[in-house]
Write a protein that binds this ligand. Structure first.
Ligand SMILES: *Cc1c(COP(=O)(O)O)cnc(C)c1O
Length: 413
């Protein structure tokens, strides 16, 4: 296809995009192409006003009465129920609380308590580091009872045996974007009596997730990526109804059956509330809820379809650059195995991501050599993909990555 035909086709795709109306609901500087919504989602235009209202009215005027009057105390469960719609769970199975890392700890220890005569927490070596670090912390604290075991990604199924209490896996891999088959892996784990904790950080708001359809046990994930909940947004935890008998190790007072009775002994709340720990972060929850509400207005099938099309277009346009400039595709081509990002490896990956910023394209870099391009269907257009590859071509043609200031790694990539 010649470039003019390509451009006409892309403009037609934008014109007929059922999600086009969502772009105007986000604050995005003109000219900027933001391909990092898988790391920090863009700001919904409704969020500043909502935060201002929570601060000025609910906090400023309502003060402590807002815990009930403005429904602050039920926000974690209310937002959890909204997430349940996105993630194929039932009301009362998800709570919005704490960080993903802390929720990994909570879900793993809950699963361990349900398998008291087993010792292994299993995961894959290339899992997101915090997932593995939390396993290692539990092992260190357990005084020999718990073993944290990681194996190569393709050996996970073989490593499932009767010693495994719980398997911790990320559904969409943070670097490659590869999608794991949640239903099949859960079934294989259950066959040997193990439980599974799914990390949905790169799934929620990006791909279809059906927790109960997959017979999932526990899941956790981030609020600040595709859910657009803002920096450090509260995360969430799913516990299938049948597992809400597990006694939380982080036995904070907000998870007590009667927190305001101030009783001497811990008695966990009967349902998902037991997975709360301390006082909910009201401002963060308000921003998260605004992001989740926006996503609930969209049709997830449209989101997934557009995400895959954006990825297909990107990979198609990148082919000449792979040949000419040495990019190699890290993501899967198969749509069923690809999340909402496309990743390439390149030896100058870090410098190229830096150089792209000067061309108003924000992507990110994951060590040792991966460039990640996050595809957020709510605010990206097909023409943005064309423009990205044009600008990347220019960076490569000019070898713009050689600038001395790009050679030193920043603390956050
Ligand atoms: C982003 C991400 C996290 C982040 O955890 P935090 O506690 O929010 O810092 C954890 N796991 C995965 C798979 C992620 O992609």
């Amino acid at each position: 296809m010649n470039p003019t035909d390509m451009f006409t086709e892309v403009l037609e795709l934008d014109a007929s995009d059922p999600l086009a109306r969502f772009r105007g609901r986000f604050q995005l500087r003109t000219g900027l192409i933001y391909l990092d919504g898988n790391s920090l989602g863009a700001l919904p235009k409704a969020t500043p006003g909502r935060i201002a209202e929570v601060v000025a009215q609910e906090w400023g005027e309502g003060l402590i009465t807002s815990w009930l009057g403005a429904e602050w105390s039920t926000a974690p469960a209310r937002i959890g129920d909204k997430l349940a719609v996105l993630l194929g769970a039932n009301p009362g199975e998800i709570i919005s609380t704490d960080s993903t890392s802390v929720n990994i700890f909570k879900a793993l220890t809950a699963a361990l308590s349900l398998r008291p005569d087993r010792s292994t927490i299993l995961s894959e070596q290339t899992n997101f580091p915090t997932d593995v670090y939390m396993m290692q912390g539990i092992e260190a604290f357990s005084d020999g009872r718990v073993k944290a075991l990681t194996v190569a990604p393709e050996q996970v199924i073989d490593a499932l045996d009767e010693s495994v209490a719980v398997l911790l896996l990320t559904q969409v891999h943070y670097k490659s974007g590869r999608v794991r088959d949640m239903a099949e892996i859960t079934r294989r784990a259950h066959d040997v009596g193990a439980l599974v904790v799914w990390d949905l950080s790169h799934s929620a708001g990006a791909i279809d997730v059906d927790l109960n359809g997959a017979n999932a046990d526990f899941a956790i994930g981030c609020g600040y990526k595709f859910l657009n909940g803002g920096p450090g947004a509260p995360a969430y935890l799913f516990a299938a109804k049948r597992h809400q008998t597990a006694t939380p190790v982080l036995s904070g007072w907000f998870g007590h059956a009667r927190p305001f009775s101030f009783e001497e002994d811990y008695d966990p709340a009967p349902g998902i509330d037991r997975f709360l720990c301390g006082t909910p972060p009201v401002l963060g929850l308000a921003a998260l809820e605004t992001g989740v509400d926006l996503l609930l207005e969209a049709n997830m099938a449209d989101v997934r379809r557009k995400s895959l099309r954006l990825g297909d277009l990107f990979m198609q346009l990148m082919e000449p650059l792979c040949d000419r400039y040495g990019f190699s595709l890290v993501s899967e081509r198969d749509p069923a195995a690809r999340g909402s990002q496309v990743a390439y490896a390149h030896p100058q990956g870090y410098q190229i991501v830096q150089a792209l910023k000067e061309y108003d394209v924000v992507a990110d870099f994951r060590a040792p050599d991966v460039l990640r391009f996050g595809l957020t269907p709510l605010y990206l257009r097909y023409r943005d993909i064309v423009a990205t590859v044009e600008r990347l071509t220019e960076v490569c043609a000019l070898e713009a990555w050689n600038k001395p200031e790009y050679q030193r790694r920043a603390a956050v990539t």
